[in-house]
Design a protein around this ligand. Sequence first.
Ligand SMILES: *Cc1c(COP(=O)(O)O)cnc(C)c1O
Length: 399
Amino acid sequence: MNRIYLDNAATTPLDPKVLEAMLPYLTEQFGNPSSIHSFGRETRKAIEDARAVVAKEIGADAPNEIIFTGSGSESDNMAIKGVAMAYRDRGNHIITSAIEHHAVFDAAHALEKEGFRVTYLPVNAAGLVSVAELANQITDQTILVSVMHANNEVGTIQPIAEIGRILRERKILFHTDAVQTMGSIPVNVRDLSADLLSMAAHKFYGPKGVGALYVRKGVKLAQLIHGGAQERNRRAGTENIAGIAGLAKALQLANAGLAENQPRITGLRDYLIGRVLDGFDHVRLNGHRTQRLPGNANFSFEFIEGESLLLNLDLKGIAASSGSACTSGSLEPSHVLLAMGICHEIAHGSLRLTIGKSNTKEEIDYLLTVLPEIVTKLRDMSPLYNSSRKECATCTLKR
Ligand SMILES: *Cc1c(COP(=O)(O)O)cnc(C)c1O
């Protein structure tokens, strides 16, 4: 059976051209970049070339504004904790949103234990933060704001450029988690007025276990990993050269392919959303209808458990997700859907389908042929669905 992969928000397959760019550093070019000899100089050059590529691709002023890390999660932690610790003599207040990825969310919680005060901005039913509300929450103690560029579960894209402009005026540092947007839509640190920005290679057809953090010149960052002088004393440890070369190549390819892929994937997404909303009763789209990631479709099927949907789709060879990959497997409903005012019961019935560059219309059509059977089968087993009042028993969507 041909499997269909519709979980591109969790991770993407490695592009063969990226693998090709990585291979030399997994074979002949093995020198330690900190070594003085020619073996070391070779791999040092590979890292610095990659840094220049990434800086150029995101509109940074200089290559040394890029720090390579071990993941998107590490980039987020480095940004949040690194800034908090470096600026704690200036203030103890941090603002973030209620729908951040756990890498930001949990880092913020950890800082609360260290005595920082954190404001978690609410979102509306579409998953958008209010820029006015954000501005209201700023105090003379505010040292950092972190709002994600686009949400990994529901795909909503935040007004980051507008937020960035306000914070630049108020001289407050601004971090954005761009892990989902990088390579999917244009991302430029100057347009966004971001001081710090996170990315992860495996979300744009690069390798797993490597990320980067943009840190604008002049921004101080406390060091989290002590040891060597790598990454200008900001992250000790012998570099993942193959990963770094792969990240740079993947970013170059993703951005070069944007003009073609972004509209094509958006078209597939809108086709899928339209067919599902027209074809099923008691289904809703989670997230903003248009201001969303090109490949993201997130539905709640009432009277159904998302996990059951997911397992039944998997039996048909279709890989999807309920909520985010990190929370699947736990029975806690997603904090993102709850923050959007969606009740537990409906949040449990959520299904995330994320389209990538190699998905085809035929694959979406196959999904659309098997989904009705599965939904009907699962609803036939639901006592609530079969009761006379077809309403979600304990809640309605708050708007
Ligand atoms: C995937 C993801 C991360 C974490 O990246 P890893 O490289 O998997 O640690 C952080 N933020 C968002 C929005 C993500 O989608």
